[in-house]
Ligand binder design. Structure first.
Ligand code: SF4
Length: 329
């Protein structure tokens, strides 16, 4: 029997090349090896976006389009929306009964977000309980592997602690999930900082490729190359870090690096090559995305079937939880 993997994404808008090169590339490999549950975690989105909840529905659609476009396959993985499977909310409630308040209040991610996010009301019970809901998501499927970034490892620790506490307080129901550390390349945005929608520096998976070229054409490079005749250092250039991910011709990359260091090529020449490789990667993805945009009913079916498959597993776990705590006669 295959080990179970759970991972989710909050629906906050269209996905970008950072998602593609990071999480989604990993998910594509994992769906061939494990029993994967890929979840659009809309309840999680509500925690921070409850003042703007009308957008969540559209964001769920966008994220699903991007997932299917890049090749997540409903024949291989269970693809579904969190709120369509009631077990997530039920297990969240059960785990919240045993979640130590002090542990949640000391969570550094919680404290950092409270301090730094000023434009949202995060002073809510739901936001404090974010890791409890995340634990419920994972434990509901008894997932043993969770592909999350280092930044989320604290949340996974809390999930393990809650599994342990539930098992020792009631009955052994949950395996302890392990973090599945997967290499994620550094993906810079057009200003050189980490690619992020909130920095307004992202190149989106679904973006018109002519508009993308306008962004790449003016993208930041090694500041040493003020003039065409100035030599540069590729390692100091965000364009080069995108070449490392998308340009699949090693000989060409060596040529570009040499051309940069010797001022033998200009930055626009270098960027044109990058754009061609990004185009090569994105054209089939965008074609598939268009297909699904025109076949909305097929997307609804995928979500409905995904929710059914997920519920079959989730309902059994909830029965075990109810039995363990003593609700079932
Ligand atoms: Fe960057 Fe390429 Fe210009 Fe070198 S030639 S600075 S790698 S864009």
């Amino acid at each position: 029997m295959k080990e179970c993997v759970f991972s989710g994404m909050r629906p906050t808008g269209k996905l970008h090349l950072g998602h593609l090169a990071g999480a989604l590339s990993n998910w594509l490999k994992l769906q061939d090896e494990f029993e994967c549950y890929y979840c659009i975690v809309d309840w999680h989105a509500l925690m921070s976006e409850y003042m703007n909840s009308s957008k969540i529905k559209d964001y769920c659609r966008e994220i699903l389009l991007d997932w299917l476009a890049v090749g997540l396959d409903p024949e291989k993985a269970v693809i579904f929306q969190q709120s369509h499977v009631s077990g997530h909310a039920e297990l969240h409630l059960a785990l919240s009964m045993i979640a130590p308040l002090g542990r949640l209040e000391r969570n550094p991610i919680y404290k950092e977000q409270l301090e730094n996010i000023a434009d949202k009301d995060l002073q809510t019970y739901g936001f404090l309980g974010y890791p409890v809901l995340m634990a419920a998501d994972i434990l509901l499927y008894k997932a043993t592997k969770v592909p999350v970034g280092e930044d989320q490892s604290i949340h996974l620790e809390i999930a393990k602690e809650l599994a342990r506490k539930f098992n020792s307080t009631f009955e052994e129901v949950f395996p302890e999930p392990e973090i599945l550390l997967t290499p994620t390349p550094r993906v810079p945005g057009i200003d050189g900082r980490k690619m992020s929608k909130s920095y307004n520096n992202a190149l989106f998976i679904s973006e018109d490729l002519n508009e993308m070229w306008d962004k790449i054409r003016t993208m930041m490079t090694d500041p040493a190359r003020m003039r065409r005749s100035d030599p540069g250092e590729p390692e100091k250039c965000p364009v080069w870090h995108l070449h490392k991910i998308f340009t699949q011709d090693e000989e060409k990359k060596r040529e570009l690096a040499h051309g940069c260091r010797s001022a033998g090529i200009g930055c626009i020449d270098c960027k044109k090559v990058l754009m061609e490789w990004i185009r090569f990667k994105l054209e089939p993805i965008q074609k598939r995305r268009k297909y699904y945009e025109e076949h909305g009913l097929e997307m609804m079916d995928i979500l409905r079937e995904g929710a059914e498959r997920a519920s079959n597993v989730a309902d059994k776990t909830i029965e075990e939880v109810k039995s363990a705590v003593g609700f079932i006669l």
